[in-house]
Design a protein around this ligand. Structure first.
Ligand code: PLP
Length: 420
């Protein structure tokens, strides 16, 4: 476990919070599908001297001197990202997923243009045009949905009709709460028919694509992939924009800097390079495959117990449980119940949820972090058993406390990379 001696001496308040969080991560189960554990090498790079350096611009074209080493790490990050995703161009500077998405919209659209993206209650993300985000003041967002929420099948005929009517400039694939694969070839064909860019926000499944466990939208002709680097991809917190053809790169680079951001956070760019090299290794494919095996296995175990899952299962790293139908509790109550026994997941709206987003019907859970810890099918059974037993003992405080101790003992058998 890192000791953080200097921090301990200088700032005990922050040190104690860091130590507490380390303990929480070691002793608890992480099932939030957008979270993961980085390697010690990625963590060391994030804390490196690159923090001290300003490097506005791009390798070989910077606005400050002293760029020998920043150019090396950014060029490596770019090369590795291109290899990982079969991209013609990569911009590795976006500070996070949301700014990457905004920069891409501004690179590809004019104010007033339309984006056709997934309905938010059917799995789309806030940055895909939720009315609370400022981007909706500039661009027009229209929606596609699932045709059948029992299977998760998207209504591609309706998508085509909406596209012909609304003439979007971007057709946006991607989601943060959808457990099935999209048909990129069909979406790309619609984009071509209406003259739109086909853009995939792969923030959630980038690691599955990099590990060849999910389809790469570029293989079906997509123009742009947007992603975060910290979810299944298991790198530092950050964003990235990739294009299939190098010719879009100029527009994208200009939009990220100077359009949106100032200096890149170069220690994160360096850490992205380290994470991408990890993802290029053969064992990353085993990790990516196991994430899906684990998610399918745990989902099946819940369904066998009689729980109601949105789309009745999963093809990727996440699934959603309708807690009201399954256990007669709300998503919020389920989140709190599982938190109390050391299992972290998040409440989530389900398709056409009759309840409000802050008090929804469901929970969303996923397997990237537990897979990184080395857990396999047997442990997925154990985790589902822990949760089902917590549900059945939800009014028995002593039983829940005893269960929390069992969860801690279980977790200590699976070290957290870079921490335990
Ligand atoms: C599909 C999708 N896009 C974008 C984002 C935004 O990423 P960030 O939180 O890094 O801004 C997320 C985050 O959850 C996401 O799921």
């Amino acid at each position: 476990m890192p000791t953080y001696e200097s921090l301990k001496q200088q700032d005990p308040d922050i040190f104690n919070a860091v130590a507490g969080e380390m303990q929480r991560q070691v002793e608890g189960v992480e099932l939030i599908p957008s979270e993961n554990y980085i390697s010690a090498a990625v963590m060391e790079t994030m804390a490196s001297v690159f923090n001290n350096k300003y490097s506005e611009g791009y390798p070989g074209r910077r606005y400050y001197g002293g760029q020998t080493y920043t150019d090396i790490v950014e060029s490596l990050a770019i090369d590795r990202a291109k290899r990982l995703f079969k991209a013609g161009h990569a911009n590795v500077q976006p500070h996070a997923g949301a700014p990457a998405n905004l920069a891409a919209y501004f690179a590809l659209l004019e104010p007033g243009d339309t984006v056709l993206g997934m309905d938010l209650s059917h799995g789309g993300h806030l940055t895909h045009g939720h009315p609370v985000t400022y981007v909706t003041k500039i661009f027009n967002f229209v929606r596609y949905k699932m045709k059948d929420i029992e299977t998760g099948e998207i209504d591609y005929d309706e998508m085509r009709e909406v596209a012909l009517r609304e003439k979007p400039k971007i057709i946006l694939a991607g989601f943060s709460a959808y457990p099935r694969e999209l048909d990129y070839a069909k979406m790309n064909a619609i984009a071509e028919e209406v003259g739109a860019y086909a853009v995939a926000d792969m923030a959630h499944i980038a690691g599955l694509i990099a590990g060849h466990a999910a389809r790469n939208p570029f293989d079906d002709g997509f123009d742009v992939i947007l992603t975060t680097t910290h979810k299944t991809l298991r790198g530092p917190r950050g964003g990235m924009i990739l294009s299939r053809e190098a010719k879009l790169g100029k527009k994208i680079d200009k939009s990220v800097f100077p359009g949106f951001q100032g200096g890149p956070i170069m220690q994160m760019v360096a850490a992205k390079a380290v994470a991408f090299a990890e993802a290029l290794k053969p064992e990353f494919k085993d990790y990516a495959r196991q994430i899906i095996v684990n998610a399918k296995h745990m989902a099946a175990k819940f369904m066998d117990s009689g729980a109601k899952l949105i789309t009745n299962g999963t093809d990727n790293h996440l699934f959603m449980i309708d807690c009201v139908k399954s256990w007669d509790i709300t998503g919020q109550e389920a989140e709190e119940l599982f938190d109390g026994v050391g299992i972290t997941l998040n409440k989530n709206v389900i398709a056409d949820d009759p309840r409000k987003p802050l008090d929804p019907s469901g929970v969303r859970l996923g397997t990237p972090a537990v897979t990184t810890r080395g857990m396999k099918e047997q442990e997925m059974d154990q985790l589902a058993d822990f949760m089902l037993s917590a549900v059945s003992k939800r009014d028995d405080k002593a039983a829940l406390e005893a269960q929390h101790e069992d969860v801690k003992t279980f977790c200590r058998k699976f070290p957290v990379p870079g921490v335990s």
